[in-house]
Unconditional design. Sequence first.
Length: 86
Amino acid sequence: MMRRPKQQKARKSGRKRTSQRKKPARSSRDPLDDFIVAGARALNLAIDPAWMAAVRGHLKVTLGLGLKVAAFALPDEAEPAPVFEA
């Protein structure tokens, strides 16, 4: 009696082997890149690709500082700074 290879059995029964499926490749692109490009387009600015890393770095620092300011809890008695007019 001759045995069929396992692959032929799987194909004939209509089952797919999950071990042979390839996972989608992950993008190495930073999510901030899309934000930078959209902001530059909205402001009609041209950003040289050589400067993208510097712009991304500055944006990460700015967003990190914004998170710290937003996380700072103010007491209920806190009032906005007064406005002085001349």
